[in-house]
Design a protein around this ligand. Structure first.
Ligand SMILES: Cc1cc2nc3c(=O)[nH]c(=O)nc-3n(C[C@H](O)[C@H](O)[C@H](O)COP(=O)(O)O)c2cc1C
Length: 193
């Protein structure tokens, strides 16, 4: 054994989605966000394209994100909902950091897109595990303006790239939630002969 497996499994199992409305006012320091970003880059990546691109909103930057997404929603919503508008406006301001999750498409498009998306997802998981180890909540949200073209532009991404959502980060103001998963028999088929 090269590592302490039981500790690693504890962190993996303990990772939970904790939402901005469940965050306290205590601020996460930038060094911790850097620890998360430094863990992200160790994700597997086919041909080492390293397609993850992250935009970190902190402090006054959170206001920029709040203004951007609430205004975009207001200007484009087919059926405007005041509740949704306020959620888009207020959510970033409840966080210590919001990390926009981008996938930069390879110029030559050799690696299948699904694999680049998978690599970014692995990178996000690494960030979540680091935040869990610190006792810091994180939540991957893909609602709101995630899939709108304007969001790509706002995040300096190109047409071929993808926005994969936002990772909301903050100290929890709640008891750390318990998770539940189906047993391995549900999702595994063994073929032994
Ligand atoms: C790609 C991706 C997108 C997600 N988007 C949302 C979302 O838009 N809204 C939401 O409530 N949860 C979202 N989630 C979080 C899941 O709801 C959450 O992981 C699930 O409920 C399991 O809970 P856990 O993360 O605490 O184990 C997303 C998760 C992933 C992987």
């Amino acid at each position: 054994m090269r590592h302490n497996l039981s500790e690693i499994l504890e962190v993996i199992k303990d990772r939970r989605s904790i939402k901005p409305e469940q965050f306290s006012n205590r601020k996460v320091h930038q060094e911790i966000i850097e620890d998360m970003l430094n863990a992200a880059k160790w994700a597997p990546t086919h041909a080492k394209t390293q397609p993850w691109r992250f935009t970190v909103f902190m402090e006054e930057g959170l206001k920029r994100l709040s203004d951007f997404q609430s205004t975009l929603y207001k200007d484009t919503a087919k059926e405007f909902s005041e509740k949704k508008y306020l959620k888009l406006k207020e959510r970033p301001l409840l966080c210590s950091a919001v990390i926009a999750l981008g996938m930069k498409r390879q110029d030559i498009e050799k690696i299948p897109e699904i694999e680049e998306v998978a690599a970014v997802a692995c990178a996000v998981q690494n960030m979540c595990l680091v935040s869990t180890a610190y006792g810091i909540g994180s939540y991957w949200g893909s609602g709101g303006v995630t899939y709108m073209d304007e969001t790509k532009t706002f995040l300096n991404l190109s047409e071929k790239d993808k926005v994969m959502g936002f990772l909301y980060v903050g100290y929890p103001d709640i008891e750390w939630p318990k998770g539940q998963r189906r047993p391995l028999e549900y999702y595994t088929e063994w073929i032994n002969h």
